[in-house]
Design a protein. Structure first.
Length: 89
């Protein structure tokens, strides 16, 4: 019983500390946005990956970095109507 309580407390601590971990009320759209933003931040922070993407896209590294930063605003596009209706309920 104490193990379950400890695990629950650790999960709650993670959820308050890190937004991307999610919680029971996290929508699919929020979860996908968190995953995409985390991936893009990783690509931007790793010069080798950024160079790989710039070669693959045949664009300068600065431009690829700017594209990734811009994409972090809404990585999965606007939420669907169904998701926004569920949040209101």
């Amino acid at each position: 019983m104490a193990d379950k309580l400890r695990a629950q407390q650790q999960l709650e601590q993670l959820q308050t500390r890190f937004i991307g971990v999610g919680h029971p009320d996290t929508t699919k759209h929020e979860w996908m946005n968190n995953i995409q933003r985390d991936s893009l931040a990783s690509y931007i922070g790793n010069p080798s990956l950024l160079q790989h993407f710039s070669v693959a896209l045949n664009e300068p590294q600065r431009k690829v970095r700017t594209m990734f930063i811009d994409k972090m605003i809404q990585p999965c596009g606007p939420p669907k109507e169904k998701d926004s209706e569920m949040e209101d309920a």
